[in-house]
Ligand binder design. Structure first.
Ligand code: ZN
Length: 69
């Protein structure tokens, strides 16, 4: 009984997790992504702040901004 409940929880936990969204300053040459749109690292962004998936940011070689480590 307990085991089957655990398996069920595991299935629920791994099923359909929405992708983590991160923020980047489009047009900038920065190689950072941000977890929050109001991050101080984005406050100097002169371009549009766009939202992309974390997977895409990492695929593009972006790394987490220094303020959010
Ligand atoms: Zn940031």
């Amino acid at each position: 009984m307990k085991t089957s409940l655990l398996i069920l929880l595991l299935i629920v936990a791994t099923a359909k997790v929405p992708p983590t969204m991160v923020y980047i300053c489009s047009g900038a040459k920065g190689k950072k992504y941000h977890l929050r749109a109001d991050c101080r690292g984005l406050s100097s962004c002169q371009h549009k702040i766009i939202k992309i998936t974390l997977a895409k940011a990492q695929k593009d070689g972006l790394t987490l901004c220094g303020w959010e480590k």
